[in-house]
Design a protein around this ligand. Sequence first.
Ligand SMILES: Cc1cc2nc3c(=O)[nH]c(=O)nc-3n(C[C@H](O)[C@H](O)[C@H](O)COP(=O)(O)OP(=O)(O)OC[C@H]3O[C@@H](n4cnc5c(N)ncnc54)[C@H](O)[C@@H]3O)c2cc1C
Ligand SMILES: NC(=O)c1ccc[n+]([C@@H]2O[C@H](COP(=O)([O-])OP(=O)(O)OC[C@H]3O[C@@H](n4cnc5c(N)ncnc54)[C@H](O)[C@@H]3O)[C@@H](O)[C@H]2O)c1
Length: 467
Amino acid sequence: MRSFDVVILGAGAGAKLVWNGVRGRSVAVVEPALVGGRCPFLACVPSKAMLRAATAWRLAREGRFTGLFTGAVPAREAYSRAVAHRERLVNGRDDGAAAAALERTGAELLRGRGRVVRPGVVEVADTEVGYRDLVLNTGSVPEVPDVPGLAECPTWTSEQAMSTDEYPESLLVLGGGAVGCETAYLFAAFGCAVTLVQRGPRLIPREEDEASEEVAQALERVGVRVLRNTTPTGARRHGGGARVRLADGRTVEASRILFATGRRPDTSGLGLEVLGLHPEPGAPLTVDDRCRVAGAQNLWAVGDVTGVSPFTHTAHYQGRVVAANLSGHVVRADYRGVPRTVYTDPVLASVGHTEASARAAGVDPLVAAFPVSGTVRSAIDDAREGWVKLVADSARGVLVGATAVGGRAEEWISEVSQAVRAELPVATLVDTVHPFPTFSEALEGPLWELASRLPRAVAPAAVSGAG
Ligand SMILES: Cc1cc2nc3c(=O)[nH]c(=O)nc-3n(C[C@H](O)[C@H](O)[C@H](O)COP(=O)(O)OP(=O)(O)OC[C@H]3O[C@@H](n4cnc5c(N)ncnc54)[C@H](O)[C@@H]3O)c2cc1C
Ligand SMILES: NC(=O)c1ccc[n+]([C@@H]2O[C@H](COP(=O)([O-])OP(=O)(O)OC[C@H]3O[C@@H](n4cnc5c(N)ncnc54)[C@H](O)[C@@H]3O)[C@@H](O)[C@H]2O)c1
């Protein structure tokens, strides 16, 4: 039997950081599908490509900017061009280049689904492989709502929606989280009649109330019908599409239904019971701050399977933490600065606490907000919507969270991520100079406001009193 120091099950986003970062140890990577996992081929990259194209087409149509689309391009043609752009980016879902890059690091790629057969041994394609440390990076799978009749209807997971060139005349999106909002946005922007059904009162419910409202308005501006506080109770095939009954008595007809009701960690068929672990189906693996799986020896986990902040960048971060620990260091993960994003237009980007979650955590929050339209960059770019809201801990004089809408906030939210993670004092942040003209200048107003209301938070420049 061949043995390796480290065997990784799943070649997803986190695993890449492990095989690239681990030093002085032999590594094998087990993957039944695509090296790189879902993000580059089926999730983040194709969805962002379609969203970017949708925005470019809308701006071109409104006479604001052109790029991918010149002249008057009808909706279907615009969608086809966006799909072609997406397919170029995902390279026809060919992972050959990623697999070759993996093997150039000295790691070995074993194609197949891996399963633990006894402590220290996994089985891949009928072959046993020994390990000293095992890293699980098996990702997550979509939740499929249990609704009578739904199985007979034409449905899509987000992965199917991001792999097809089919243009649905109408689309019913079930779920109002990031997947639901982004997918509803992009199909509506390309002219499909989209209805989004969200079980609760708010879209993206963990974010600030005002941010949820901004996303709802962004969807409505591109024509999405947003139905809140309801859920499907029955469905049947209707013509080539579906007719869905909702709990509030309404019915919705659509040529496709998209599942966006959440994702659950994928621990199925991993043989973990052999290691004494019995995770409930769909439950995450509990990991400590070094990403070691609780209740087992030499077992690590990264990415969506841990249930921690399920983003590609979290998987990358956990991968770095595991690589360092497997290379003889003691490195602990700290998730306070992990940003969250929803790539509608305007974009929503946030980090750390909302005002409500800070209060629930026992922090006395001090908040300040500013419109992105107050920056000169906003006028230059003709970007009309957006604002930033900062949440400070009034007792400690540090930022504990921020939410920003619009103005390429997905880029400059990192400044706040760093501040939250490093607990930088507001007094230091307010003394930061931003390049002019950028959207990041929107941070200066609320920082000054917080500094003026926090005891001992006056900036050095203000104290020396230039002029
Ligand atoms: C539509 C959509 C858009 C998204 N957009 C963004 C975004 O813009 N930004 C962002 O940060 N996040 C985004 N996400 C979330 C992001 O895709 C995930 O957080 C990320 O892909 C998780 O990576 P992972 O490595 O944990 O899992 P995955 O990428 O799912 O990789 C897991 C791998 O494990 C393999 N595997 C499973 N079981 C086994 C086994 N038994 N043996 C061996 N291998 C196995 C699978 O084949 C797969 O390749 C999006 C998600 C969706 C659905
Ligand atoms: N831009 C990004 O970074 C990005 C984009 C897409 C996805 N993601 C990640 O993927 C993960 C999964 O996203 P998601 O949007 O599928 O899940 P989610 O759990 O964030 O949202 C699902 C939503 O569906 C609603 N819902 C559940 N059952 C329902 C029902 N029967 N009827 C109506 N509504 C129902 C829930 O109330 C919830 O608000 C997210 O946690 C996110 O981290 C990230």
